[in-house]
Write a protein that binds this ligand. Structure first.
Ligand SMILES: [Zn+2]
Length: 258
């Protein structure tokens, strides 16, 4: 029975992923999110319903526009697949745990993962974390924590403030060379989502993954040592890993080293 749910959740995730692509694009062009019909970016031809199936349209059209044959970015099916996979992961996580507030948790975390995906992709492309996305997410997260976390609400709020302060300190010490205000705001959101001590683990993982990828890119000569690598995607990765596997990682760490 759960398989039917998972398939439905996966399809729902593909559709939302397709919507996230639109949001990412319209944040770039400052268009309204809910605007007119989608068009080909190259030839401006209005897309038909046949072109709008997540992933499938991309495969059948062999990654090219039906009208002008221009290549379509691989980002589109990739974001759709990643969104769908996370939707399934979140659904099964709460389904198996059978927690209280099942529906509330699912809705909240599907919203949050959507925000995190937008943040990661947008930061990767433009080296900025859009306020238009991060502020609403912070407000929703505060309300969610306040309504459903009860006793640990203050804990999470404190984790958020300290994480924000930590990044603010880095920004001041490095005179804004490495991190930006967006990273600090994202760290605030991470504190609200994870609380102690998982937020520390998430930030630590982000720094470790960021340095590994950074060094790898320099070796592959894709980036010069001084050029920018956005940190947002690593913070998102750290958050997701910490949320799903944090307790296991901490347990593994202590068994290994102590
Ligand atoms: Zn076209």
């Amino acid at each position: 029975m759960i398989y039917i749910y998972l398939i439905l959740v996966f399809i729902f995730g593909l559709l939302i992923g397709s919507f996230l692509n639109v949001v990412i694009f319209r944040l770039e062009t400052e268009e309204k999110i809910v605007n007119d019909r989608s068009k080909c970016l190259h030839c401006k031809h209005i897309l038909s319903w046949k072109d709008l199936f997540p992933v499938l349209s991309y495969i059948f059209l062999k990654g090219r526009c039906r009208y002008c044959q221009k290549k379509i970015s691989f980002q589109y099916p990739l974001v759709e697949l990643i969104t769908a996979s996370f939707f399934v992961l979140i659904f099964s996580h709460f389904f198996l745990e059978a927690e209280k507030y099942f529906i509330e948790n699912i809705i909240f975390y599907l919203f949050i993962i959507s925000v995190l995906i937008i943040v990661a992709v947008f930061d990767l492309r433009h080296y900025i974390i859009p306020d238009k996305v991060i502020y609403p997410a912070i407000i929703v997260a505060i309300f969610f924590d306040w309504l459903f976390l009860n006793s640990v609400f203050i804990d999470h709020l404190l984790a958020a403030i300290v994480s924000f302060g930590f990044f603010l300190m880095i920004i001041i010490l490095t005179k804004g060379q490495g991190m930006g205000g967006g990273d600090a705001k994202l760290a605030f959101l991470m504190g609200l989502l994870l609380g102690w001590p998982l937020v520390i683990l998430a930030i630590l993982l982000a720094f470790i993954l960021g340095s590994i990828i950074g060094v790898a890119l320099i070796f592959m000569k894709k980036k010069k040592a001084k050029s920018m690598i956005p940190f947002g995607p690593f913070l998102v990765l750290g958050t997701v890993l910490s949320f799903f596997y944090g307790e296991e990682i901490v347990r593994w760490y202590f068994e290994f080293f102590l």
